[in-house]
Design a protein around this ligand. Structure first.
Ligand SMILES: [Zn+2]
Length: 173
């Protein structure tokens, strides 16, 4: 590992520590040349393969951008968004693959987003699953209704009015 300060070609590991969830290791290093210290983080490489076949490193920030867009104007907090992105990354890394399709990232977003906000879910699904007519929306809404009816008797979801009514698809203002 090159020193980021003086570009010396070697550095010494002073301390290694795994993060609590075991998904990464932080190493405290010191440059024997200039004496400065720096930290490196080691995680398993996770590549996302796009439809074009090009691969890029998985980015939680990218997931956040997409989900935040879908949640515009919705009663969803930044904390909830961050938690969702964290859940998505965990479920993807939990699968233990080094490479996943971009499609699978989208799939991993849909489930937690549905629980967070149904309108945001429909927006995300409409882009991600390329809805191109009203029937596609109708089908997705019908599925949401079926699942909601099956879930009757559960505690009302956060952000949902009692009785589970009131979610509707409105055009973004
Ligand atoms: Zn140095």
């Amino acid at each position: 590992m090159h020193c980021p300060f003086c570009r010396h070609t070697d550095s010494r590991v002073m301390d290694s520590r795994a993060t609590d969830d075991g998904s990464s290791i932080r190493r405290r290093r010191q440059c024997p040349e200039c004496g400065k210290r720096f930290t490196t983080v080691e995680t398993a490489a996770l590549s996302v393969v796009k439809r074009s076949g090009a691969a890029e490193p998985f980015s939680r920030a990218k997931v956040l951008v997409g989900v935040r867009k879908a949640c515009q104007g919705r009663p969803v907090t930044e904390d909830q968004l961050a938690l969702l992105a964290h859940q998505v990354e965990e479920s993807i890394r939990g699968a233990g693959q080094a490479e996943i399709d971009a499609h699978e990232v989208g799939l991993a977003v849909l489930e937690p987003l549905r629980h967070l906000d149904e309108v945001a879910y429909l927006r995300f699904a409409s882009v991600y699953q390329a809805f191109d007519n009203l029937e596609d929306f109708e089908q997705a809404i019908t599925l949401l209704r079926v699942e909601r009816d099956e879930g009757m008797g559960e505690e009302p979801r956060r952000g949902m009015p009692a009785g589970g009514q009131g979610a509707s698809v409105a055009p973004p203002d």
